[in-house]
Design a protein around this ligand. Structure first.
Ligand code: NAI
Ligand code: MG
Length: 335
């Protein structure tokens, strides 16, 4: 089968890191078809929408999508909505996967290998908000169906790893919403008797992520908690330039670096492509190509160890040099 991979470059350093990943993916999957679709701030300025409908169609039709990053204005702009949030919603990409692993770079803690599975479609980000003069309300929506499918996804992933799952919630205070999430999670996990399961309140989990990160295997949690905990955890293992994520639905999936469009360094050729390359390894796993994914992960680890490294990691390498070194590490691993 020759997979179709949709590339969405976006704004700022998005095109730089996606082009790096495209070169690497062409080495690993020479038979694949690459198509391009557009989204982001530049698209909005040119076309009046940040997420054209043909982009949504292209992601739906592709076997997997790689997304760079987009710029969003900090003030509300009439008609502009974040395309990544729009894609998650229109394609029902309900699971956000954030692997957190120790990296061979200064500043990464060692002994960490966890996966944070964040519910991506409801919770406080359901988009039900209102402002009444000096009072503002955001509704937090948790459903049985939404909780069950994210917990099942996390359980399936935990079965293929360390078989330990931690449910993170705040059911002692948020009795209705977190109460339902917790109840459904414990019910659902009865179907997975070989997993060990524990539960933690989100504030305690935030502390234990710093004091004992090596104790976690898979964490499953609601949308906002997962957003915050996953950035916290990424900081333990080398930070933004290395952190990948996946957005998974029933029928399609989109992989991206966690970082944004980095306008402060865009166009200078020094963006770190490693987060996008690590996202590409997740994409290869999703396409059912685990040996290519593993080869890519080993090549990334080798280049992080020996250099070249980009300036965010203290080096003086360019995006192009890091890409070329990764490709030559892949070619060595083939020979
Ligand atoms: P950012 O992640 O773009 O940048 C934060 C800092 O990290 C900057 O100093 C940047 O130079 C550095 N950095 C980020 N990625 C890097 C890489 N690959 N290599 C080297 N250095 C890197 O976050 P910021 O500055 O808060 O947001 C900038 C823009 O990105 C905003 O318009 C924001 O809305 C957007 N954004 C988009 C996201 C997405 O497309 N998924 C996610 C987060 C922010
Ligand atoms: Mg975030």
């Amino acid at each position: 089968m020759s997979p179709t991979i949709c590339l969405i470059e976006g704004d700022g350093i998005g095109p730089e890191v996606v082009q790096s990943a495209e070169q690497v993916l062409r080495v690993l999957l020479p038979e694949s078809n690459f198509i391009r679709a557009e989204a982001g701030w530049r698209t909005f300025q040119e076309r009046g929408t940040a997420l054209p409908s043909e982009t949504v169609d292209a992601v739906r039709a592709a076997d997997a999508t790689l997304f760079g990053a987009v710029s969003s204005p900090s003030e509300a702009v009439e008609g502009y909505r974040s395309p990544i949030v729009g894609l998650r919603r229109s394609l029902d990409l309900f699971a956000n996967l954030r692997p957190i692993q120790s990296q061979p770079v200064p500043g990464s803690r060692q002994g960490i290998d966890m996966l944070i599975v964040r519910e991506n479609s409801e919770g406080l980000y359901a988009g039900i908000e209102r402002r009444e003069a000096d009072r503002a309300v955001t509704e937090r929506v948790i459903t049985r169906a939404g909780s069950e499918r994210i917990v099942r996804q996390a359980a399936e992933l935990a079965m293929g790893r360390g078989r330990h799952l931690t449910i993170v919630h705040k059911a002692n205070v948020l009795r209705a919403t977190c109460g339902l999430f917790r109840e459904v999670a414990l019910d659902t996990l009865r179907d997975y008797p070989t997993l060990t399961v524990d539960e933690q309140l989100v504030d305690a989990a935030a502390m234990r992520l710093v004091t004992a990160p090596q104790d976690y295997d898979v964490i499953v949690t609601t949308n906002l908690f997962g957003d915050i905990l996953s950035d916290e955890a990424a900081a333990l293992v080398g930070g933004l330039g290395l952190a990948p994520s996946g957005n998974i639905g029933e029928h399609c999936a989109l992989f991206e670096p966690v970082h944004g469009s980095a306008p402060d360094i865009a166009g200078r050729g020094i963006a770190n492509p490693m987060a996008t390359l690590a996202a590409s390894a997740m994409l290869l796993d999703y396409l059912g190509r685990p040996s290519e994914a593993q080869r890519l992960r080993e090549a990334i680890a080798q280049v992080l160890t020996t250099g070249p490294r980009t300036p965010d990691l203290g080096g003086d390498g360019t995006t192009e040099q890091v890409t070329a070194a990764t490709i030559s590490a892949l070619e060595d691993s083939c020979a």
